[in-house]
Design a protein around this ligand. Structure first.
Ligand SMILES: Cc1cc2nc3c(=O)[nH]c(=O)nc-3n(C[C@H](O)[C@H](O)[C@H](O)COP(=O)(O)O)c2cc1C
Length: 321
């Protein structure tokens, strides 16, 4: 696309892409339109040093926005050509995206419709109907990310990993302060308010949040999916974010509720427990990145508000060159 200033459809697609999920709703991305292509940068000012010292989840979060962009821009008759990590000297430049004319497809249309309907539902789920999980491995394969559904003891293993991580963090003041701020003291545009935390069922493998209400005893029957990669590089993290986005949107389109979980992959000891659980369920790739709960959501949304997002003007720059 040989234009110098950004065409409106690209800016509109960026605005939709910013609905993507991110760790603690930190939205650690910025977009620069330059020389006819769009750059995706990680915003180091929005890093979470206590929860995410390696910036792995920051890059995964940017990957979800990158895939959301691909889905959003297809609605304007545009396909993307993505150059990931194009500048070895600039680790914050995660992708450079060129645009080409391309036909939209039914599948992309259904993913796009799912963007507005997707949200992180932390309540207990009913079991997903088996056909709603079919074929997800093939869908994620194009991102070089594998999905493994944990077997019957999966919930017990993850609950154990959750407990072990929580014990290690009990006296980690920096972690607790960061979590307290992002999950309770944030403005409308970032973080998430206590009201989105669960009060509708027992989910033993959830992240312990200081503002969470005590849930009543409804048993969670969610399927537990682990996304794994062969190696643990920035490229794996970015691609894992793209795969996570595709999984969440596809599951939403199939009527499932979704909830990513990473508290179990942040600490080496609990990450190893997740790895062992995934291997026991047939995973061949070594590095668990994200766990996702998938299930039949409660019909009663009891007015859970959607989390806010920063204004597009705050995350977008048209370099005009
Ligand atoms: C990399 C990543 C890690 C996340 N980890 C967790 C988690 O451990 N627990 C949780 O409840 N939500 C987790 N989330 C969900 C975010 O909190 C959620 O996407 C964000 O608050 C925005 O809300 P929304 O998904 O409802 O739009 C994670 C999301 C991403 C992308």
């Amino acid at each position: 696309m040989g234009t110098r200033t950004a065409p409106e459809p690209i800016r509109a697609a960026v605005s939709v892409a910013c609905r993507a999920p991110s760790v603690h709703n930190s939205q650690p991305w910025s977009w620069v339109f330059s020389c006819g292509s769009l750059e995706l940068h990680a915003d180091r000012m929005r890093a979470l040093p206590a929860v995410d010292p390696s910036a792995r989840q920051m890059v995964i979060s940017c990957g979800t926005a990158l895939h959301h962009l691909e889905v959003a821009v297809a609605g304007h008759g545009l396909g993307v050509v993505v150059d990931r990590l194009p500048d070895p000297g600039n680790p914050l430049l995660l992708a450079s995206v060129a645009f080409v004319a391309a036909d939209d497809s039914d599948r992309t249309r259904s993913l796009r419709e799912a963007i507005a309907g997707r949200w992180t539902d932390r309540r207990a789920f009913g079991a997903p109907p088996p056909d709603t999980l079919a074929g997800l491995g093939d869908i994620l394969g194009r991102h070089d990310v594998a999905i493994t559904f944990l077997g019957e003891d999966g919930a017990t293993r993850l609950a154990e990993a959750t407990r072990s991580g929580a014990d290690l963090r009990r006296h980690d003041a920096a972690y607790r302060a960061e979590l307290f701020w992002w999950t309770g003291h944030s403005g409308a545009e970032e973080g998430f308010p206590p009201v989105v935390l669960p009060d509708g069922g027992t989910v033993a493998e959830r992240r312990e949040c200081p503002h969470a209400l005590e849930p009543p005893g409804i048993t969670d029957r969610a399927a537990l999916a682990v996304l794994t990669t062969d190696t643990d590089t920035r490229l794996d993290w970015l691609r894992c974010g793209e795969a996570l986005s595709e999984l969440l949107l596809e599951a939403t389109a199939r009527g499932l509720g979704t909830c990513p979980l990473t508290h179990v992959t942040e600490i080496a000891a609990s990450r190893e427990m997740v790895r062992q659980a995934a291997v026991a369920s047939g995973a061949h790739r070594r590095f668990p990145q994200v766990v996702v709960r998938l299930g039949t959501p409660s019909a009663d949304e009891y007015g859970v508000p959607r989390t806010g997002r920063r204004r597009v003007d705050d995350v977008w720059r048209d370099a005009g060159i």
